[in-house]
Design a protein around this ligand. Structure first.
Ligand code: HEM
Length: 400
């Protein structure tokens, strides 16, 4: 990602001074712009065998779009549709306008754009049911769930991420134009992190509860190999090799009730400090939590229902979290005094096997996680994320 040196520090100035300082310091040089254009392409090359948008450092904006395929679509027409979307994506990610782009100038700054494709159970059933992995199905229900159809399921997914919302809007429009003759949009979820240039590159994002979110995540290629990628020795079909799975949970966060909690209560619910993100047993964000440490009264410092203790369990299951905040229109009738934020997390998690990794973790959280007091899963979907031969080739070519 671009390193816009110093911009993060200037934000603290506030007002006009901050704007001037940012304008002076953060204007990208031509070299940086060229690097932005090349970024996604490099990523795809470096992650050879994997789709971009998974191990890629998170961009500031994301749009997740789930489609239902028209009933009349045959396997060969699904393949043709995917080839068109693949061509469009490869061009957009490398800063080139797709063939039928009516605003080709808008493709010029890819701003870290990645397009990641996911195949839902409906698509695989129609194309090659024998090659469907056993985990490609809805997650089991959890007692905390209040799932709504309008945020759940889907035959096909596009995850589009970029650092610039204009780039993203343009990519989305081009892709939707080519998809809409054969599909119906089932749901769209738009999310955001801190804007590029507003914070020091590489720092952990804050969610809308104000927590640093993303501290513990697999990052090295060895970790990603163990946690995220489906290997050729996994026993899964060839189209999945180099791929993964994506679970998307839309989790609403009740900011009004969160307002009622004091700071120690907020920190206890996670097991980490709000300012630094450090575990309650440590000083710095990346200090290892001490789950054995006790208070003088004999209670665990990181309590039995603290989110990080429940999520980690015995450490046997791990996932790659790639979540985005959402904050949509206020709800409640005008004048009713009930206008409140509709906020939460688009909790996107990548793992080689959702049944073995995501599901047991979610079950532990559903059973007893202090965060459940303020959070409610309202959407859920599972997609297979096929491996990628080369940029421009349909992901999971061997499925067809
Ligand atoms: C850690 C917030 C939902 C899995 C964390 C942390 C925060 C957080 C603040 C600590 C910092 C970090 O390591 O990132 C939230 C919020 C959620 C949510 C606000 C819902 C709105 C979930 C769900 C899962 C999950 C649904 C999985 C099913 C994890 C894991 C960790 C974590 C694996 C790292 C635990 C470790 O230290 O090993 N979460 N989380 N979270 N969360 Fe969540």
């Amino acid at each position: 990602m671009l390193g816009w040196g110093g911009a993060g520090a200037t934000v603290a100035l506030g007002g006009r001074a901050a704007v001037d300082a940012i304008a002076e310091q953060s204007a990208p040089s031509p070299e940086e712009l060229a690097r932005a254009a090349a970024f996604a392409f490099e990523t795809a090359t470096i992650e050879s065998g994997h789709q971009p948008g998974i191990a890629t450092p998170q961009q500031a904006h994301a749009s997740f779009i789930a489609f239902d395929l028209d009933a009349s679509l045959t396997a060969s027409r699904i393949k043709a549709l995917l080839q068109i979307l693949t061509d469009d994506s490869a061009r957009l990610m490398t800063g080139t306008a797709p063939i039928a782009d009516q605003e080709p100038e808008m493709a010029g700054d890819p701003a870290g754009l990645t397009v990641t494709m996911g195949y839902g159970p409906g698509l695989v059933d129609r194309v090659n049911p024998a090659a469907k992995p056993s985990w490609l199905k809805p997650l089991p229900g959890y007692k905390i769930d209040k799932l709504e159809d309008r945020w759940s399921g889907g035959d096909f997914l596009l995850q589009i991420c970029a650092d610039d919302p204009i780039t993203l809007a343009h990519a989305r429009r081009v892709l939707l134009k080519d998809a809409r003759a054969f599909t119906t949009v089932r749901w769209v979820q738009d999310g955001f992190l801190g804007a590029r240039g507003a914070r020091v590159t590489g720092t952990t994002m804050r969610n809308l509860f104000g927590q640093l979110d993303g501290t513990v995540n697999p990052r090295t290629s060895e970790d990603l190999g163990q946690v995220v990628w489906i290997g050729s020795d996994s026993g899964e079909s060839a189209w999945l090799h180099g791929g993964s799975s994506l679970v998307i949970r839309r989790i609403s966060m009740d900011l009004e009730r969160w307002d009622e909690v004091d700071r120690p209560g907020r920190e206890a619910s996670i097991g980490r400090r709000l300012d630094s993100g450090a575990p309650l047993t440590g000083t710095n964000e990346h200090d290892a939590p001490d789950f054995e440490a006790r208070t003088p009264q004999g209670f665990h410092v990181i309590g039995p229902a603290a989110h990080i203790r429940r999520a980690r369990g015995d450490g046997a299951e791990r996932i790659l979290r790639r979540p985005y905040n959402y904050d949509t229109a206020l709800s409640g009738a005008a004048g009713s005094g009930a206008q409140v934020n509709d906020s939460g997390l688009i909790f996107a998690a990548y793992q080689a096997n959702p049944e073995k990794q995501f599901a047991p973790m979610q079950a532990r959280l559903a059973e007893a996680d202090l965060l459940n007091t303020w959070t409610t899963p309202i959407g859920s979907a599972v997609f297979a994320i096929p491996g990628l031969g080369e940029l421009g080739e349909i992901p999971g070519k061997a499925l067809f």
